[in-house]
Design a binder for this molecule. Structure first.
Ligand SMILES: Cc1cc2nc3c(=O)[nH]c(=O)nc-3n(C[C@H](O)[C@H](O)[C@H](O)COP(=O)(O)O)c2cc1C
Length: 160
């Protein structure tokens, strides 16, 4: 058990990941932080059937880095950072790369978690790992009903 605190940072457009993040934060006694885009995503932006929608355009370009509004105050106080997101086109939205690249996370444990319509984490981890020099651990899909006991046991296994 580290004496440093745990952060549960998340990005969520329709509330599903936000709910998972709240449960996780309660289960592992973490501070919650919402990753808010500088320009919020509208329903039209999220239309995956439209190849020209904002999300389609961003996700076709792995180098896109949508801007974030605000910052985590004093990231230094955290020893571990859970990073949550919805799966978009089988990976993490590129705003998660923006988040990871905005801080010096070296020496911290970073653990991804996601919600989805069914897809797994797939290549998300590979793409995120490239965006930070952290001690990056395998993540989990947190779809459906979550057990706080199970989440707490996960954190314990991670050595948090
Ligand atoms: C642009 C876009 C792309 C998506 N791509 C996938 C996908 O590849 N696989 C999947 O299972 N779900 C996909 N989904 C569904 C979301 O991952 C799912 O609804 C998620 O729980 C939404 O989380 P949120 O409410 O926190 O935004 C996609 C949703 C959007 C808006």
């Amino acid at each position: 058990m580290s004496d440093k605190k745990i952060l549960a940072a998340y990005f969520s457009c329709s509330g599903v990941t936000a709910k998972a993040a709240r449960t996780l934060a309660e289960a592992v006694n973490a501070d919650l932080y919402e990753i808010k885009p500088e320009v919020p995503y509208t329903p039209a932006d999220l239309n995956w059937n439209d190849p020209k929608s904002r999300s389609s355009v961003e996700m076709k370009d792995p180098g896109s880095r949508p801007a974030i509004a605000g910052r985590v105050e004093d990231m230094e106080q955290y020893g571990a950072v859970f990073v949550g997101f919805p799966i978009w086109w089988y990976v993490a939205p590129t705003i998660i790369n923006t988040f990871l690249e905005s801080y010096d996370l070296s020496g911290k444990i970073v653990i991804p978690f996601a919600t989805s319509g069914g897809s797994g984490l797939g290549k998300s981890e590979e793409r995120l790992r490239a965006s930070c020099a952290a001690d990056f651990r395998p993540g989990r899909l947190l779809n459906g009903d979550l057990s706080k006991e199970d989440l707490a046991a996960w954190a314990e296994k991670l050595g948090l």
